[in-house]
Design a protein around this ligand. Sequence first.
Ligand code: PMP
Length: 415
Amino acid sequence: MKSSDFYKRAEMLMPGGVSSPVRAIKPYPFYTVGAAGAKLVTADERELIDCCLGFGPLILGHAHPGVREAIEKQLASGWLYGTPTPLELDLAELIISDHPGLEMIRFVSSGSEATMAAIRLARGFSGKSDIVKVEGGFHGAHDAVLVKAGSGATTLGVPNSAGVLPDLVSHTRQVPFNDPEALEAMLAKNDDIAAFILEPVMGNIGLILPDDGYLAAVREITAAHDVLLIFDEVITGYRVGVGGAQVAYGVSPDLSTFGKIIGGGLPIGAFGGRRDIMEMVAPSGPVYQAGTFSGNPASLAAGLATIRYLHMHRDLYGAMEDAARAIDEAVSGRGSGTFVRLGSMFKYFFREAPPRNYLEVQECDTAAFGRFWAGMLSEGIFLPPSQFETNFLSTAHAGREIEEITAAYRKCLSE
Ligand code: PMP
């Protein structure tokens, strides 16, 4: 069976033939039947160098032996208990010790669940109703954050999805990224804001870096207005380094959300922060939160193995950054766009200058991206299939893979 055959079956079974929208590549997605290291193997017997990496979690690459061993060891003793486990203490201690200001944590099963709970907690703790998010910021697929970034109209939210009640998202306000004055104005005008949630480095509209001083300004402004600051580190946690963006940029939020890498490639999420806030969570406090699969032992084992490995091999962050820099240098001067990177995250934008916010990123030539993306795939490189997703490298992307990625970039950008 080939990918096209699988997709014919899928279209009858699942909306759009997929389990998550961005996978619905036209005219049909390739189906994956195996993976190891930096590579995916497709049902069409192709080997592809993977720069999507499950949309971020697989920082050690596919089927990493140490992570696999940890999962297999856990599976031999069961994979769901419905009780506390020693594993969750180990992972909690590790994450807490890596993030100054993080005093308590709760594990959930996805990044969406983590941001949903963190927002509820911020409201429960502060007694205030509204949240502010960044235009184009993505925090998962739940109602409060599925709000379209309006073109400049940043006061009241407009739902981004049918089925999300306008009433509900009227409590979600928006400001542009990299604009501390807009945040200051928003918080000065409104005294009903419980929290400001943002990705400290935007990873869901391509890759947008914070301007120098932006995150520190955001910290100062939220503190001055008694508004909680939530860093959504679902992508950046352990991706931009041990300690995530909050350590890299030296700014401590009140609450943080995590996912992806902390589960080593198995489903996970977590939220955590200041003890006085976290103690509001049930059963120690009145903010309800619960989950059958929360703290799943297999995910914890995979996450622990991954984070311990990263602790032991911190030099790998530098090696991944060097690899991204090599791609950057090789493509510089080719094509009319611009290359943006941070550590092992990178993106080529079909726009002259690096975008600084959602409005600017929308100026990208998405048709050109589409042609480029298809060219890269035919060269054997799988990039996330959108101008508005970030590319990743793993520790398994060695010299050979980087050379192939670089050569494909040069070729496809020249075309
Ligand atoms: N927050 C951010 C910053 C994300 O990138 C994502 C997913 N890409 C989420 C939250 C949602 O995580 P999940 O898909 O695990 O629900």
